[in-house]
Each structure stands twice: as C-alpha cells, then as structure tokens.
Design a protein around this ligand. Structure first.
Ligand SMILES: [Fe+2]
Length: 192
C-alpha cells in the first residue's frame, strides 16, 4: 500500500512550498486514493511507471515527470513575478504547486502493468483520460475548483476553455517535457 508518508517523502520539496496545510494534506490524500484505485501498491512501482504511453519516455518515470513539470511551471511563474514591474495577473503559488503535483494523478488510473513487464492503458483510462479521472479523484478528496481546473484543463481537454493562469503555466511546462521526446521519436529533434 502507498501511504501518506510515502507521498510526503516522494514530493517533499514541492509539498513544503504549499503554505496552506489543509491544501497540502488534500494533495497527499488524492495521491493515496488514486494509487489505491489504480492498484499501485509500492513506491518502487511508481518509479517504474512511464509518465506517458504516447511516446517512448526514454526512462523518465511518473514521479520525475511530476516534479519536473511542477518545478518548471513554478519557474515560469517566478520569472514573470521577478521580471515584470507590474504583474498583470496574480499567480497563486499554492495553487500552482498543488495543481502541478496533481496534474497527472489520473495517470495512476489510466496506466496499468500489462503483465509482461510493460505498461498499457487501463479500461478506466479508455473511459476517461487522466485529466478527467484525476479531477474526479481530486474533487472527491476535497480539492477546490481552482485546483480541479488545473488538472482537468492542463492537457488538450482544456484547450479553448477558461483556465486559471496556473493551468496555463503547467500546460506549457508539461509540453516542454513531452514535445522533445515526441520530436526525437519522429527524427525532428536536432541534437548537436
Ligand atoms: Fe504531465
């Protein structure tokens, strides 16, 4: 079983950036519930889980991806905060860190071991992609609507729809990790 302590250890640095203890606790609870529903029983399994099935992740796992996207989005938010004399919109870093950590939590329901050492899309994942399933679990765990917006609108489901600014930052940070891999697979990435 994956416990709250396991999740707190995995994402320690990002969780400590969430100032609201209630929000932090709900983020942890969402990971525990999604792990349970997805049948993930150990942290070692999470470290083996690819972050995507859409392209070869080349060894990047779900936990590493979640951290990279969360920190990438936070860096985008900090860059604007520091560079602009007047930030035209408020960036809520509690929302950003909570949403970043949870943006792909639905993948715990969408991806499953294939029994042959690899991974495949689950039946639940065929019914609802991870932005939708993640939003449902997060809402069940008491995450507020603004964080749910980040989860449900971070991928293509959110394109052309109203988004909180933190969803925009997480979307960009997410694609910054995904596009180079997809380009590499297609022979479109110049590496010199
Ligand atoms: Fe992602």
């Amino acid at each position: 079983m994956i416990t709250e302590k396991d999740i707190e250890k995995l994402f320690e640095k990002q969780l400590e950036k969430i100032r609201d203890p209630g929000l932090r606790a709900r983020v942890v609870k969402t990971f525990v519930l999604a792990s349970e529903r997805g049948g993930w029983t150990s942290v070692a399994d999470l470290a083996r889980m690819p972050f995507t099935l859409l392209t070869d992740p080349r060894g990047v796992n779900f936990v590493e991806h979640t951290i990279a996207v969360t920190e990438g989005a936070a860096a985008l938010g900090r860059a604007q905060t520091e560079a602009y004399a007047h930030l035209p919109y408020a960036i809520n870093f509690d929302r950003l860190y909570a949403g970043g950590l949870l943006h792909d939590v639905g993948k715990l329901l969408e991806i499953e071991p294939d029994g042959k050492g690899g991974f495949r899309k689950s039946l639940a994942g065929q019914y609802a992609r991870h932005p939708v399933s993640g939003a449902i679990v997060a809402a069940e765990c008491g995450l507020p609507g603004d964080v749910v917006n980040v989860i449900v609108c971070h991928a293509k489901e959110g394109e052309g729809r109203p988004q909180v600014v933190e969803a925009v930052l997480i979307h960009q940070a997410d694609f910054a990790t995904f596009d180079p891999l997809m380009m590499k697979q297609k022979g479109m990435l110049i590496e010199s």
